[in-house]
Design a binder for this molecule. Structure first.
Ligand code: ATP
Length: 257
């Protein structure tokens, strides 16, 4: 497996309203290989969402660099990099702000296929198959995002990320708003797409059972730094960091309650 995405020595300070700047990312490096799922875990407020935005090129780090297939992700929105941009998708934590409420679902999905050299029939086929995978009926296509519940919106956002068969998806709490049965279906769709196309995933979740089901490798974050990294099985059976031990303990307590 070759490195698809690399982050080197990322720093990011963010100013809080009325307060001092906070160092959210503090010298963080990671890599994601082709066909691999890397889970980012850590306590709340530890910088996972911020890191996801930096990895996707949506936030500029104060120092350090993120490269996707060797190109700086910050440059991916420039015209000459648009096809590469389509290969890297993000699913945001909040489906209310990530979808334009006035756009029809069909427009959302077609936009995701804009730079794909597919025939009209192929586009329609992809859209139909993706809706089916997300357990969404075809009549959603003519409706607008604001007409849907949070869980349905999240499935539309996931469909948008998947329909173009990207090389990499950064998924930030992508399935936490979904019912358990729908969640299983969506996770299996991601795993099947990974088998079929070699999809890579950066997967952020508080749900340790989901992380264990999905991840090949786990990166444990604490206050903007990597405190442990290793194969998923190793992190779950023999965690070395206090943070990983605390997260697993917390998860066990939740299961028992
Ligand atoms: N827009 C912002 N402006 C200033 N500070 C921010 C902003 N967004 C996040 N932060 C701060 O950055 C830190 C990391 O937040 P972030 O959302 O990345 O953590 P997280 O690990 O994803 O948390 P959670 O698991 O709760 O989603 C927090 O201290 C947060 O208060």
């Amino acid at each position: 497996m070759t490195d698809l995405l690399t982050a080197q020595n990322l720093f990011l300070s963010r100013a809080r309203a009325g307060g001092p700047a906070v160092d959210v990312l503090r010298g963080l490096s990671l890599s994601v290989r082709s066909g691999e799922t890397v889970a980012l875990i850590g306590a709340s407020g530890t910088g996972k969402t911020t890191l996801a935005h930096v990895l996707a090129g949506l936030l500029r780090p104060s120092a350090g660099q993120v490269t996707y297939k060797g190109a700086d992700v910050q440059a991916l929105s420039q015209k000459q990099h648009r096809p590469l941009r389509c290969e890297l998708q993000m699913i945001f934590q909040d489906p209310y702000s990530s979808l334009d409420p006035r756009q029809s679902v069909e427009a959302v999905l077609r936009e995701a296929l804009l730079f794909h050299p597919l025939s009209e029939a192929e586009k329609q086929g992809r859209i139909r198959a993706t809706l089916h995978d997300m357990a969404l009926p075809e009549d959603v296509l003519s409706r607008r995002a604001h007409e849907f519940s949070g869980g349905q919106r999240q499935r539309i956002a996931i469909a948008r990320a998947l329909v173009g068969q990207p090389a990499l998806i950064i998924a930030d709490e992508a399935v936490s708003a979904l019912d358990v049965s729908v969640q299983a279906r969506v996770l299996n769709t991601l795993l099947m797409q990974q088998q079929r196309t070699g999809l890579s995933l950066v997967f952020i979740s508080h749900d340790m059972a989901v992380v264990r089901h999905m991840a090949h490798r786990v990166i444990v974050l604490d206050q903007g730094q990597v405190v442990e990294e290793g194969p998923a099985e190793q992190i779950f059976t023999a965690p070395r960091s206090d943070t990983a031990r605390m997260l697993l303990q917390h998860s066990r307590e939740k299961e028992l309650s």
